[in-house]
Design a protein around this ligand. Sequence first.
Ligand code: UGA
Length: 449
Amino acid sequence: MFKITIAGTGYVGLVTGVCLAEVGHKVTCVDVDEEKVNLMKKGISPIYEADLEELMRRNYNAGRITFTTDYKKAYKDADAIFIGVGTPELPDGSANLTYIATVARQIAESVEKDCLVVVKSTVPVGTNDKVEQFIKDFLVNDVKVEVASNPEFLAQGSAVHDTFCASRIIIGTESKWAEEMLKKIYEPFNIPIVSVNRRSAEMIKYACNNFLAMKISFMNDIANLCELVGADIEDVVKGMSYDERIGCKYLNAGIGFGGSCLPKDTKALEYLARQYGYELRTVKSAIEVNKEQKTLLFKKACRRLITFSGLKVAVLGLTFKPGTDDIREAPSLDNVPLLLDHGADIYAYDPVGINNFMKRYPEGQHGAGRITYVDNPEEALKDANVCFIFTEWKEIKTIEPAQYRKLMRTPLVYDGRNIYKVEDMSREGVEYYSVGRPGRPVKGFNGMY
Ligand code: UGA
């Protein structure tokens, strides 16, 4: 059992802390946000994530995890300090390392015994070296501090499951001491450990997320071509996925990738390459395809409608994917402002994302358009002239095709997640447009898709 402190209680930090406590370590989570810390002390998780709150409460009650803003006390006698603070995107695409630097300095000024600093946040290759040097430069006491890289591979919405059932744990170390300590910390998880040097570990994280992003953009590119040549992306995926080298996962075409990771990490890797005088053409293309893809359905709708002004527009799904309340880089954020600019009267539904979305777009008038939030899809669809689906929530996927015809003023649906079978929508008389599949408009309509 180790005494572990976690810096930052976002998705990475909090999930790591709770899971390390669950396997028996004594964990202290530090955050600068007092309000957040008080919430966690009351057993409330500041993020929406399956199973997290229950696990957090159980370990808190068992005394295995505590929450504090007092970083000095939390760092001073920790065996290991995990850094899980954010590395958001800067305007030039590079990663903002300010939060990492602040934590590194606080660690240097607080530690009173030898300790291992573990960087979990996604950081550009070479950052771990700099963090170690930075800590040494500011170290107050005569103790040994080493830095190890331990990138995180959890996905939002399944974070706890992903941590306990990870395919592998990557550790990047520069000494046997650091390697052995991390191996011992992770022993109870019983997951294969891949031990490499720090720079390789940092690169593994970027390579994985960038590969995933390229996979999506490639499928979106092929989907767009499918539409032009009359092929069906769903059938194409079915055929492709029999090839084990390709696999059957992460091949869904749609309205582009969002979230706090893929968009940021593609830009950061592209930036890193540029800094070394190398042009990362594959990743650059993935970014470009994704940018275009986000407004694909809006453009399709513009070809079909004279105007959005005076039209009731149902927006179903605001978060970047189901299972999370996170709206960062969500396709809804590209489309809602466009629809508002074009005078749409939006009725938006999302099972958990409304609060976050409202902070960006409060209910009411926005220029030529307006937005109203509703608590069920039916209210959004009632008398609507057009519907956009941006997230494949269960609550949205289970709407029967007939409902669109029954509830909407004109059953015209643009689906960014290919939720429905084209035939089913067509049979119900819904004019239905999705991504990469031949459109089957209702009889009598001869417009372009
Ligand atoms: C992603 C990675 O999947 C995790 O392995 C990684 O640890 C995490 O980033 C991170 O770096 O922290 P996440 O952003 O939570 O996880 O979500 P994903 O499930 O990967 O989805 C990302 C985006 O891609 C979503 O907008 C989703 O709708 C889209 N997507 C995903 C597709 O458009 N098609 C697919 O086939 C899969």
